[in-house]
Write a protein that binds this ligand. Sequence first.
Ligand code: MGD
Ligand code: MGD
Ligand code: SF4
Ligand code: MO
Length: 700
Amino acid sequence: MIKVDRVVRTTCPYCGVGCQMDLHIVDNHIVKVAAPFGQPPNYGQLCVKGRFGTDYVSHPSRLRTPLIRKELGAPRQPATLDGFRSASWDEALDLVAQRLAAVKQAFGSDAIASSCSAKATNEDNYLFQKFVRAVLGTNNCDHCARLCHAGSVAGLQRALGSAAMSNSIAEMPHLHTFLVTGSNTAEAHPVISLFMKKAVANGAKLIVADPRGTEMTKFATIWLRHRPGSDVALFQAMANVIVTEKLYDRAFVAARTEGFRAYSLGLAPFTPEWAEKITGVPAYAIRRAARIYAQAPSAAIYWGMGISQSTHGTQNTLSLANLALLCGHLGKPGSGLNPLRGQNNVQGASDMGGLPNVFPAYARVDDPVARARYEAGWGGVQLAAEPGLTITEMVDGACNGAIQAFYIMGENPLMSDPHLAHARHCFANLPFLVQQDIFFNETSAYADVILPAVSFAEKDGTFTNSDRRVQRIRQAIDAPGQARPDWQIIADLARRTESALGRRQSAGWEYDHPSAIWHEMAALESASFGGIDYARLEREGGVHWPCPSADHPGTPYLFTERFPRGKGKFHLLAYEEAPEEPDPVYPFILSTGRVLYHWHGGTMTRRSMLDRIYPEATVEVHPADAEKLALQEGDYAWVRSRRGRIKVKVLVTGRSPQGTVFVPFHFAEAAANELTLEQVDPVAKIPGYKICAVQVERAA
Ligand SMILES: Nc1nc2c(c(=O)[nH]1)N[C@H]1C(S)=C(S)[C@@H](COP(=O)(O)OP(=O)(O)OC[C@H]3O[C@@H](n4cnc5c(=O)[nH]c(N)nc54)[C@H](O)[C@@H]3O)O[C@H]1N2
Ligand SMILES: Nc1nc2c(c(=O)[nH]1)N[C@H]1C(S)=C(S)[C@@H](COP(=O)(O)OP(=O)(O)OC[C@H]3O[C@@H](n4cnc5c(=O)[nH]c(N)nc54)[C@H](O)[C@@H]3O)O[C@H]1N2
Ligand code: SF4
Ligand SMILES: [Mo]
């Protein structure tokens, strides 16, 4: 038996479930990961990534010193690590401060773009947006939430006025009825899927609406296998049934909603027979699903990227919100509208104001009262009232010269953005790029300065999981080399940028510990966070915000009395086609997404033992399509779109429907985003990663 030096309780760095884990440390290495029983949200469960995938933190390629591009200022070419030299923190941070100050002075604040990180802590993200807003003077701050639940957020804001998951994970085993759509829960939120399966074992009815067969479809009472992109037709037809058959909750509709009359009259043409033609789902199945959902005493809806990542992501979300409002399945246990948040701290990065239109707790930048509070709280600065640019707009801005400098913390757009050839062109055109990461990733190749950050296991802070539960992470091991926690890098950079701008040094950047940063943030947004502090998190393990005071228990489910916008609002929707549909030259739909063993651009999981289990990119091809294409399992195929091509290994499987192929986006050497389309939802600005047209051909 090896003797364990210490066991440190922390939160998983991968997904939004926010599993609590105990890191067993020997000799500054994580040698084992266990999960505490009796502790929400995971009650002793972990998936393979939490259990075996944290070994990336000890990978030899961790960044250990700041790096500066050797040929600074020369026309930009993508560089390998050899194109960079080590530098001291003083040299690197002074260079960044001077360049950012120079851009601000020459081109104005809005020529600077920034991206905070859903992998970093609440404290890191609060400080990041404070630096961007208070020192750089712009609201150009966004993060991967844009590529993720932006469609859900825009839809929920319109329907309810709030975008967070309404109910808690702890309720799941006791669900009566639930709808899962556009979520490959068993691979993307594995521990949540265990609770869903438990609910089914306890007798719950499960409706799955997904074009692709997933583990969850095996547990479904009814599986609606609709055509990709036909969600509005499917869910609006369910609403038609609920209204026609008078299955809706009259009392709830009267007391808590608005716009019902016009909406219900407008629903008449959207019959199940009409929807059958568009979705491919038989009308009787649509009727049956509508009855199951409407007649349940309480029913929850869970969804993922199949709904949000669409050029109609806002509409898709509204079509789900309409169902919940009709049936009164909101504001009580086992109900609600629940977008399953993806990254470990995407909820937190959004809550902390890492978005172009809001401060922490979603206080709007164009609201003079909120602005005045932050101007006073941040030492008498003047803040911009105009909302900033979104990620996709900032990348485009680099192309057309509107953006002159980009500061990216913990994101990898050159794997995660759509249409990578376009994104690379934009980054090559950008005059100054600063990256702050734990590894050299695909985006680092375009950086001028790279700042080494520490990982979740090497710092203190908090993450907020998918059900709004604020939980601690704790330093368990020493950082490699000179790497520093993100919050320390930002605070140091902020002080240096203030001096480069010739500003009086404000006292706003002195923190001895992340708890002091939390304290500052919570005081500014006490209605949401005032009752949460590190001492309480130590005692209770986690608290669901909103939590306004120390004696408040926290809020596991929202909307008991009212919606943030007052009444819930119905929206009648028009069904629209995807911007690129298959044609004779590009006859297949490409759908992209995730596999259990890998994480996004693979920066972390491909430096983990998980890579040995799933070492290369794959394309799922339906057996009937495989026969036509003369493809067999294990062959290689070229997948081509109008934007690029990749070579991938063939999996022959009925998981994807005929006519659709699925490629995960985790593999740099065969990056799915070479193929995807950059068109975005007009409201949410999210790309439609789930549908573009491709051809598939056997590779020699
Ligand atoms: N292993 C692993 N887990 C992860 C991640 C990871 O990279 N790897 N990433 C995390 C992040 S950031 C996120 S956002 C989540 C995402 O979690 P998910 O959204 O569950 O993940 P995706 O693989 O994108 O799966 C989307 C689902 O949508 C379905 N779909 C495709 N087109 C349509 C459509 O038109 N309509 C409907 N209704 N469904 C459709 C697909 O068939 C698939 O089942 O996962 C998180 N968890
Ligand atoms: N085709 C296609 N593309 C997609 C999607 C899809 O379904 N299909 N999904 C989209 C979605 S939902 C998302 S959320 C995005 C994700 O897109 P990104 O957020 O760009 O992807 P990640 O690979 O998670 O990047 C995280 C980076 O943070 C670094 N990191 C980890 N921990 C820390 C830390 O503590 N500090 C710092 N500074 N860095 C850290 C990692 O090394 C990595 O480089 O991808 C989007 N792109
Ligand atoms: S379910 Fe998510 S939070 Fe839990 S162990 Fe797996 S990746 Fe980590
Ligand atoms: Mo995501």
